[in-house]
Design a binder for this molecule. Structure first.
Ligand SMILES: Cc1cc2nc3c(=O)[nH]c(=O)nc-3n(C[C@H](O)[C@H](O)[C@H](O)COP(=O)(O)OP(=O)(O)OC[C@H]3O[C@@H](n4cnc5c(N)ncnc54)[C@H](O)[C@@H]3O)c2cc1C
Length: 378
């Protein structure tokens, strides 16, 4: 069937040269970050982000006039692969570089593009995603945060949840600015929110492992300037769909457990056939997913619409990355979390992080619903 065809893509030679540069940089930088406590997306290190900015590895595909580097999506892909493979501390800039900067370039005012976007590319300005609410995650159109026009600009009330506001300077929030009418997708808008604005309370949420990854952010009669509107009023749903496309298509959707897989390969006994067969399968799967993921990125480069392919690759990728810690527990005779065993420690951390892999960026069931619809099955 044509819609699940991903034309194979090969990384051009300049990508492999860039990979060597990134590896050389990381081999110097990463020894300082070896103490693994959390997933890479949670390692917040502004100095590291600034170093990436200095090397031109943030905002890589953006126009030079806004501080970007006009490089290809495939070059950016290679930089991401290398950062994720070593679990680099990317939390500070991750959201801003992956999606917020693009949203500002596409839908923001010229002032936002010239004053904020260059700071993102330097690794100095950080963003969080303001989509989910306490009663609206999968059912995103059910959000209740509301902004109304007032003489000073907009007055915002509501709550956003599961975001990284504790590390961010700004949030791009999806809010209701007009009544829904016939379609709940109508009347939604995206606003750029400076998180230091009075009336905003950020309450941390501890995750399963006892760390703060997330927050609940309350907006209580927050007054925002009139020019905080991104794009057109009422076009928020369409704009958010574009943003989610960036969120679902990257290599982070199958590489979350890759460090554990490498640790498993290093710990396997040469004469253990069960380990050899299972690890061989996982490596083949990783290779296939990588080819699909690169093929998908190449489709973006050619400006082709991947349709449901992004959702499919994300679903397969997260299933893969969730299976790796399960296989570690099954194949190796270690006590999970044993401080004497790096494998056991990494496996324990990955098992605890794994449930989130198939929730973030759209849950498995919801993506499968989209895939079924795209395939004409419902
Ligand atoms: C690590 C991580 C990072 C995140 N980062 C952000 C962020 O930065 N900003 C942000 O706004 N949000 C963020 N989220 C929130 C994320 O987008 C939501 O958790 C996700 O969309 C699911 O929404 P929910 O948690 O409200 O669960 P619900 O929507 O209540 O879903 C609960 C369960 O029901 C299932 N379900 C729901 N509807 C259906 C349906 N129609 N058919 C079948 N099954 C269904 C879901 O698949 C899920 O298993 C993050 C989440 C995680 C785990």
């Amino acid at each position: 069937m044509a819609f699940i065809h991903i034309p194979p893509a090969v990384l051009p030679p300049e990508c492999e040269e860039l990979r060597e540069e990134v590896r050389a940089f990381l081999s110097k930088e990463m020894p300082h970050h070896r103490q693994k406590k959390e997933a890479a997306f949670s390692f917040f290190d502004p100095a590291f982000s600034r170093k990436l900015g200095e090397r031109g590895w943030l905002g890589m595909t953006w126009p030079k006039q806004y501080g970007g580097h006009e490089r290809s999506f495939l070059e950016r892909y290679v930089v991401l692969e290398e950062l994720l493979a070593v679990d680099a501390p990317i939390a500070a800039h991750w959201v801003a570089d992956r999606q917020s900067g693009d949203q500002l370039i596409r839908f923001g005012t010229e002032e936002m593009r010239t004053t904020i976007v260059p700071g993102i590319a330097r690794g100095e300005v950080y963003f969080c995603v303001g989509m989910s609410e306490p009663d609206a995650g999968s059912d995103l159109a059910g959000i209740r945060s509301r902004a109304e026009r007032v003489p000073e600009g907009w007055r915002l009330n509501g709550t956003k949840i599961w975001n990284s506001a504790h590390h961010a300077h700004y949030m791009i929030a999806l809010v209701r600015t007009q009544p829904a009418g016939d379609s709940r997708h109508a009347g939604l808008s995206q606003l750029l929110i400076d998180l230091t604005t009075p009336g905003i309370t950020i309450r941390p949420i501890l995750n399963l492992r006892g760390y703060v990854n997330f927050n609940e952010v309350h907006f209580n009669d927050v007054i925002l300037p009139a020019d905080c509107l991104l794009g057109k009023e009422g076009a928020g749903w369409k704009q958010v769909s574009t943003e989610l496309g960036f969120e679902r298509s990257g290599p982070e959707r199958y590489l979350s457990s890759i460090e554990l897989l490498m640790q498993m390969l290093n710990s396997a006994s040469p004469d253990n056939e069960r380990q050899a067969v299972a690890l061989g399968r996982l490596v083949c799967e990783a290779r296939t997913l990588r080819r699909m993921s690169i093929g998908l990125t190449a489709m973006f480069v050619r400006r082709e619409d991947p349709g449901v392919i992004s959702a499919m690759v994300k679903d397969m990728g997260t299933t893969f990355e969730q299976r790796i810690p399960e296989m570690a527990a099954e194949l190796f005779d270690v006590e999970l979390g044993d401080p004497a065993s790096p494998l056991a420690q990494l496996a324990a951390i990955t098992i605890q992080n794994a449930p989130s892999f198939s929730l973030r960026g759209g849950s498995r069931e919801v993506l499968r619903g989209m895939i079924a619809k795209g395939m004409g099955l419902r």
